[in-house]
Structure formats: structure tokens, C-alpha cells
Design a protein around this ligand. Structure first.
Ligand SMILES: [Zn+2]
Length: 254
């Protein structure tokens, strides 16, 4: 789970339309939110991911479901309120159902930064406070088959890629000068690793946990700095990746 910036309300959803649709929902219970301009705007906001578990939507039959953060059954006036709508997967929707988030709050990633409430240990989310704990239990974020397994698989892939890169860097550290081909090879590998932690990548919080929690990353980074290869592009990629790490920024990566 990562912090997501709430985008602007779609222009189609005017005050008049909102009022009409809210009324329609109250009388007919119709799925008034189930329109393309809302679903597309929500998908764009989250980079086509479930706002909670970060699985990619639209793949492997994981279609977007429009989530009402404050449940529509309890708060019908907010049924079409843009700030109450979130893109989520079926699994998370089934878990959350009509849980009353006003009485027992959970993390809303467009409002709260998950790193203030959650950390990751062994690919499991652990609540740092009550909101974090409630988020983990209500959304069953440590569902082993559907969530822990993909997280561990992706984390292991990152550890292996990082180990390969670290071996290569060790080998290159014996050389006085690196060829352009060698520089491009290690830079490309590091860029790919940092790319997996960006907000648009699936399970970016998990990737950031695997990358920034691994000592090899800091050895590799040190090598890049010592060779004058830690360029603005890499610096920027690290900056936009590290915000998705639940541990946040620590001294050694500044
Ligand atoms: Zn989900």
C-alpha cells in the first residue's frame, strides 16, 4: 500500500449530476457509480492498481470495483462523492464490504500515508498503530495465498537481481576504467530495480521493502557514487521509489 494523490473529480460529475445520481441511488439502489468516466478516472489515479493491495487491475480477471470508502449502505449521501470513491480489486472489496470506516477508521491511501501506520516484516503488513492494525485485519492484507505469496516471489526476484548486480559491481571494482558497455549494463540493471518500486509498478511497497531493506543496495549505490555514476536520473529514481518504502527515508540513503 502506498500514498496516492487524489486526482481532480471528472468534469462529467457535476454538482447537478451528483445530486441526481444520489437521488436515483436512494430510490432505486442502482449502481449509479458504475460508469466508464468514473472507473477510468479512478484507474488513472491509482496507475491501474487496487488502492489497498496494489495488484494490477484489468489483469488475470482482476477487474476494477468501485469502492465506497464510507459504505454506501450507511452513508448514501456519499454514494457518488468523488473523494469517497476508490479503485479496488474484488478480493479487497469482499473483505471490506460495509465496514463502518467512520466508526472504526482504516487507512484511506488518498488521505493517509500508509507508512505512518504500517510497516512490513517478512512480507507481512504489521500495524504501527490502531488504524494500521485495523486496516490489516479488515482487509486481510496478510492473506497468504493471494497476497503473501506474490509479495515473497517478487521480493525474492529483487534479491536475486540485486545479488547479480552486486557481483558485477564487485568484479568491476577491480578495474581501473569501465567501458561504456559495462557502465550501461550496470546502470540499466539498477534502473530496472528502482523502476519496480515506482508508484506505477505492481506491489511497489513490497518491491521497495525488498530493495531498500537489502544491504547489497547500499554497496551498489556506494560503487556508483565512487565512480561518478550516481547521476541525476538515478538520484531522481531513488527519490520517487523510496517514498513507497514503508520505513520511509533513512539516513544511509540520503
Ligand atoms: Zn486489492
Amino acid at each position: 500500500m502506498i500514498k496516492v494523490e487524489r486526482t481532480k473529480c471528472p468534469s462529467e460529475l457535476t454538482e447537478d449530476i451528483k445530486q441526481a445520481l444520489t437521488q436515483e441511488y436512494k430510490t432505486s439502489k442502482k449502481n449509479v457509480w458504475n460508469v466508464d468516466y468514473i472507473k477510468n478516472a479512478l484507474l488513472e489515479m491509482s496507475n491501474n492498481k487496487c488502492i489497498f493491495c496494489e495488484c494490477k487491475l484489468g489483469e488475470e480477471s482482476k477487474y476494477i470495483e468501485v469502492e465506497h470508502f464510507y459504505p454506501k449502505s450507511l452513508y448514501p449521501d456519499e454514494v457518488i462523492e468523488w473523494t469517497n470513491l476508490l479503485p479496488i480489486c474484488k478480493r479487497c472489496n469482499v473483505k471490506k464490504l460495509d465496514h463502518d470506516t467512520k466508526k472504526e477508521p482504516i487507512i484511506n491511501p488518498t488521505v493517509n500515508d500508509p507508512k505512518n501506520h504500517l510497516r512490513m516484516i517478512n512480507y507481512r503488513f504489521v500495524g504501527k498503530d490502531q488504524i494500521g492494525k485495523d486496516t490489516v485485519s479488515i482487509l486481510a492484507l496478510n492473506d497468504s495465498k493471494r497476497l503473501i505469496l506474490p509479495r515473497a516471489t517478487i521480493g525474492n526476484e529483487i534479491a536475486e537481481l540485486l545479488e547479480d548486480l552486486s557481483d558485477l559491481v564487485n568484479e568491476y571494482s577491480q578495474k581501473e576504467n569501465l567501458s561504456r558497455k559495462e557502465i550501461n549494463k550496470i546502470t540499466g540493471k539498477l534502473e530496472n530495480l528502482l523502476d519496480s518500486c515506482q508508484c506505477y509498478s505492481e506491489y511497489s511497497a513490497t518491491c521497495a521493502y525488498a530493495l531498500f531493506g537489502d544491504d547489497n543496495y547500499y554497496l551498489v549505490k556506494e560503487f556508483f557514487i565512487s565512480k561518478g555514476l550516481w547521476d541525476p536520473n538515478l538520484q531522481n529514481l531513488e527519490k520517487t521509489a523510496i517514498v513507497n518504502w514503508l520505513e520511509g527515508t533513512v539516513e544511509k540513503v540520503q
